[in-house]
Design a protein around this ligand. Structure first.
Ligand code: SER
Length: 889
């Protein structure tokens, strides 16, 4: 064993290793240590465990023996915590520890709640106007301190195209999109941040998306900043490769992570080429310029790309590749992942240096407080045991797009502290005053302390006995709220009971794991009884929960007296109702014991009430949905009467939720762009609160009442929407056919249309060779003098033969033309083919080129916009099925 020894507190100073991390640890120790003991820090290079340490107490001498600088830092922090809590250890002690996860990261988005004018998703230059907090060293220090206290060692900064804010290329000087003063500030902040992070054992990683270029670069070269259907072109590849090389050269301590998908053809050769011919060569160019021959880790995201294929192509060029995949999509749903998603995780783990589990966005937890140590511990165990991950990356619990703030509305009179920027907390309620004049705010990092602490604790070691964990968290909560541990245990109970609710509700009733759904704003009846109509993301049910049944499957099995399988909707209705009640009872029981942080406790208590009413809302509504689905089989009006009673109770529950959130929350969801779809489109900052949703749920109930009455009229029949009206366009090339039964849509096959939904009949549809569509995709060039909608049919099957329908889960541009949701579901039947759903692209007057990717689709014609965006389910695939959506609309 080789010792480099330094004493910190004894008078004899032997030798001190000048390591910033060790220095940081020593400072922390010095702050709590008195005189009279000697603490020696030494390294044991034979210990192969990374970040490991041993603390040995022997009489008056304490040894910290570490495997590396981070281990020494963590040894110092652990000893400092011990001294602070109990004074110097009196007895002989030998403690060894090291982390379970290799990379333990948190992320911050340099992103905003809405799109900037004239820019696409993720396009936010680093400027003081966009991100005043980015230039605030006091805020960063607070955040980095909280990271090191939690033993987190990686900090990811997420942005679409950071390079044009951070590097200037001599070949493309015009690409920089910030002014000179800002550019210099950015350089300074990056250097300062990476140095401060490094002292705390934290490695900063900059993330970017492909292929996004800066606005000035795009304008100068007459390109779009991002275009999913554009193939790689030499000037963009050259610009990006040079940007990456310059970045690596200029910021050698900053790591890189990247998204191969989204703004690039979903899955395909372009992703592979981009990784192997642009990104990796760019990194290597940068390393070469620095004279380095090592390979710092690169983190490739598996999002919207074929991760195993990307790695197979890249590994011969670069070995040190980590791959990051979303743990439960953009939500938290389960600690029993299974099926295809878990298979993919294991595969990714087996072919990389390590799999980084991305706890992404948490669209179903926003905005209420979440901190169930039990759920989180199980998740980290699943990451190791089921997904075979060795690293973790954690999003903020809420308000990712609005960092550093939480969504809480705190009253200015409650004592927020006015400062230049966010420089301090310390109001009576912990609030701060942002420079942007947005009133008193809470910092998300303060509010969600338990979220970070719990994930980090289990990322370090997930195999801690349950009884010890109950004692640990009860004591943490007792300290926080100035109560005894029995009351701390009650608060823990409230967190753990409420912690089951949103995961279960989403995985059993939701449309998607993606951030296009905000669970806490509720769902409409049609979304519960007919989720396919809203682009059901089936992976949610197939992989991201325990195996179980959807509402429609439950209703069918129940009617046919078939046995149920796995977690049923009724299980979730019953259990979340009970958990909501228990969370509320536990927090109420703790209330009279609280003597510290009262304002925050009251907010936590309010959140527990919100969870209770959220569960009541969903449980009543799901019960109503089951009665409606039963009516489909029974044709018994009593089923509808029962549905009405349950639906009415769910509206009452939502009214309570509205009352509790009014004045306490600014918004439910921090992503307020048109990409948000469920329960309703949320563009322009609308439909972000419960208050805005309540009248819609009241209307839904009213419609149901009216329709129930009208059903009593003999001969009543639900009406399909009116027929589309043909629109005039000047189309370059193309030949038409009349859309009707018996028509042949492809010029090179005999495929025949068997049935067409009434609103589409008679339209002038366009015929294409199927071979061309599959090989090269479909391109249309046209001019129009009035606004038009172009109707496109997508086959309802995932296969490389078919063009995939727009999908916001993997493509943020999938709604740029309002095309994200089908207008008519199950609208056409072709012999021997999957059913066809019809989507519409909306175009303004002008000249347009639409490029659709490879795969079969149907171009059904140009029509006059109807202003109707709701989906009609024509149900041509199931002729016997009664579609009951109209009952609620
Ligand atoms: N859907 C986007 C992504 O995964 C943003 O959350 O990158």
């Amino acid at each position: 064993m080789r010792f480099f020894v330094c004493t910190i507190l004894s008078l004899t100073y032997l030798f001190c290793i000048a390591q910033p991390r060790v220095e940081f640890g020593k400072q922390r120790l010095a702050a709590v240590a008195g005189r009279g003991r000697s603490i020696f820090i030494s390294f044991d290079p034979s210990n192969r465990q990374k970040e490991a340490y041993t603390i040995d107490v022997d009489g008056n001498r304490i040894h910290i023996i570490a495997s590396d600088a981070s281990g020494a830092l963590y040894g110092c922090l652990t000893l400092a915590d011990m001294i602070k809590a109990q004074g110097y250890p009196r007895h002989h002690l030998h403690l060894s520890d090291h982390p379970g996860m290799v990379l333990r990261g948190a992320c911050i988005g340099l992103q905003k709640t809405t799109l900037l004018r004239g820019r696409g998703p993720y396009e936010y230059p680093y400027t003081p106007q966009n991100f005043p907090w980015f230039y605030n060293k006091a805020l960063w220090t607070k955040y980095l301190d909280s990271m090191v206290n939690n033993r987190l060692n990686t900090l990811y900064l997420w942005n679409g195209h950071p390079f044009a804010s951070l590097v200037r290329l001599k070949e493309y000087p015009y690409a920089v999109e910030v002014d000179d003063a800002t550019f210099r500030k950015n350089e300074e902040m990056f250097r300062w941040l990476t140095t401060e992070a490094d002292r705390r054992g934290i490695w900063v990683i900059q993330l970017f998306y492909n292929i996004i270029v800066s606005k000035p670069f795009a304008e100068k070269n007459h390109l779009k900043t991002q275009d999913r259907n554009r193939h790689i072109i030499p000037i963009i590849a050259d610009y990006t490769r040079r940007s990456i090389a310059a970045f690596v050269q200029k910021y050698p301590n900053v790591g890189l992570a990247f998204t191969l998908g989204e703004a690039m053809e979903g899955v395909g050769q372009d992703d592979i080429d981009w990784l192997t011919k642009t990104i990796i060569p760019g990194v290597k160019d940068g390393l070469r310029a620095l004279g380095r021959t090592d390979e710092p880790p690169l983190v490739v995201r598996a999002h919207d790309t074929d991760g195993p294929a990307d790695l197979a192509a890249a590994l011969p060029l670069y070995k040190n590749l980590y791959i990051m995949a979303k743990y439960n999509g953009e939500a938290l749903t389960t600690y029993t992942p299974h099926g295809a998603w878990a298979d993919l995780h294991r595969k990714l783990s087996s072919v990389s240096q390590g799999l980084v589990e991305n706890v992404h966005i948490l669209a179903n937890l926003e905005p209420f407080r979440y901190g169930s140590p039990d759920f989180i511990q199980h998740c980290v165990q699943a990451m190791h045991d089921i997904d075979h991950a060795n690293s973790i990356h954690l999003y903020p619990q809420a308000s990712y797009w609005d960092w550093p703030y939480s969504a809480d509305s705190v009253e200015a009179s409650a004592g927020g502290v006015r400062h230049e920027g966010v420089t301090a907390t310390g109001g009576r309620d912990g609030s701060v005053w942002p420079e942007d004049g947005s009133g008193s705010r809470l910092l998300e990092m303060d509010r969600d302390w338990i979220w970070y602490k719990a994930w980090a604790r289990y990322a370090w070691n997930c195999n801690r006995p349950r009884q010890e964990e109950i004692a640990y968290w009860s004591s943490q909560l007792a300290q926080k709220y100035g109560c005894d541990t029995a009351a701390g245990h009650l608060i823990l109970d409230a967190y753990e009971k409420s912690g089951e609710i949103s995961p279960k509700l989403l995985r059993r009733f939701g449309i998607t794991d993606g951030n296009r759904q905000t669970l806490t704003l509720g769902m409409f009846m049609t979304q519960l009884i007919d989720p396919e109509r809203y682009g059901l993301f089936t992976l949610l049910y197939e992989s991201e929960g325990p195996p179980g049944e959807m509402l429609s499957q439950y209703a069918e099995r129940e009617w046919k007296h078939l046995p149920h399988e796995g977690e049923t909707p009724v299980d979730v209705i019953n259990s979340t109702r009970e958990e909501g009640r228990q969370a509320m009872a536990a927090i109420d029981a703790a209330a009279s014991h609280v003597t510290a942080n009262r304002a925050e406790f009251d907010r936590l208590r309010n959140d527990m009430y919100c969870y209770h009413w959220l569960a009541e809302f969903y449980d009543d509504k799901a019960a109503a949905a089951l009665s409606v689905l039963r009516y489909n089989y029974s044709a018994d009006r009593d089923d509808l009467a029962r549905a009405y009673t349950a639906l009415s109770a769910s509206v009452d529950a939502f009214r309570e939720l509205t009352r509790l959130t009014n004045g306490t929350y600014r918004y439910a969801n921090s992503m307020q762009t048109p990409q948000r779809k469920i329960p309703i489109r949320g563009a322009g900052g609308h439909f972000i609160t419960w208050r805005e949703m309540l009248p819609l749920y009241e209307d839904e109930l009213k419609h149901f009442r009216i329709h129930l009455d009208s059903m009593r009229t003999p001969g009543f029949q639900a009406a399909a929407p009116p027929a589309f009206q043909q629109a005039d366009v000047q189309l370059e090339g193309g030949s038409y056919y009349v859309l009707d039964d018996g028509a042949r849509p492809y010029s090179d096959t005999d495929l025949v249309i068997r049935n067409v939904a009434a609103p589409l009949r008679g339209l002038k549809a366009l015929t294409f060779p199927s071979h061309d569509q599959r090989r090269a995709g479909t391109t249309l060039h046209f001019k129009c003098s009035e606004p038009v909608d172009l109707l496109v049919g997508f086959f309802e099957k995932k296969s490389s033969a078919f063009l995939p329908a727009p999908q916001l889960e993997t493509d943020a541009s999938a709604n740029d033309y309002g095309q994200a949701e089908p207008r008519i579901a199950n609208a056409l039947i072709l012999a021997g083919m999957p059913a066809v759903n019809v989507y519409a692209w909306s175009f303004k007057p002008g000249e347009h080129t639409l490029e659709l990717g490879k795969g079969l689709c149907l171009i059904l014609g140009f029509v006059k916009p109807t202003g109707r965006t709701r989906t009609y389910d024509a149900s041509l695939n199931e002729p016997g099925k009664k579609n009951l959506d109209w009952l609620f609309e």
